[in-house]
Design a binder for this molecule. Structure first.
Ligand SMILES: Cc1cc2nc3c(=O)[nH]c(=O)nc-3n(C[C@H](O)[C@H](O)[C@H](O)COP(=O)(O)O)c2cc1C
Length: 164
């Protein structure tokens, strides 16, 4: 199967919950992206500043990490939806690594349906080999057990595709 890496960003824990569920289910490596300057997750202003960053396609500086994502056979990428698109830390990640022809699977967490954001996410990765996608609606608040189960089923489907 080769090596699998889960890469994600999460401000308020939804994307993190899904990431941890997938990592446990398929026993992959994991990389949590952390911007050097993080928003205050408790502040109402986060919508304003986060929305601004996302709309302006900002690429915040990330804290350093010593994993090389290009050494993996499959990267499963997860993000919250910010202003109808993927989050700025993910944009920083996509700028840093050329994922052309890489096997990629995508998930988003959103308050709404996340459809538009998923389209934009896929568009940003159009040179990659996208083998799976899934959307979650506030999984931490809404029926977390159900969301975790969907995540496990989805992750296993992706692994099967890679193996075939
Ligand atoms: C700055 C900001 C902008 C957001 N914009 C949207 C949006 O456009 N559409 C949407 O459905 N949800 C939006 N949300 C809600 C988040 O996508 C949702 O709460 C998600 O589950 C958060 O993931 P996290 O807990 O991993 O950070 C926004 C949240 C923030 C903080």
């Amino acid at each position: 199967m080769g090596k699998v890496l889960v890469v994600y960003y999460s401000l308020t824990g939804n994307t993190k919950m899904i990431a941890e569920t997938i990592v446990e289910a398929i026993n992959s490596d994991v990389l949590e992206l952390k911007p050097v300057k993080e928003l205050d997750a408790e502040s109402g202003m986060r919508y304003f500043w986060g929305g601004f960053q996302a709309t302006m396609k900002k690429k915040p500086k990330l804290e350093e990490f010593d994993i090389n994502p290009l050494g993996y056979n499959l990267i499963i990428l997860g993000t919250p939806v910010w202003a109808w698109t993927f989050s700025p830390p993910i944009r920083s990640f996509l700028k840093k690594y050329d994922l052309t022809k890489k096997n990629i699977a995508l998930w988003v967490c959103a308050q709404g349906d996340g459809i538009k954001a998923m389209d934009r996410f896929k568009d940003a990765l159009k040179d990659a080999n996208i083998i799976g996608e899934v959307r979650f609606q506030e999984p931490k608040q809404n029926t977390p057990e159900n969301a975790k189960e969907r995540a496990v089923v989805w992750a296993n489907e992706i692994i099967q595709k890679i193996n075939n």
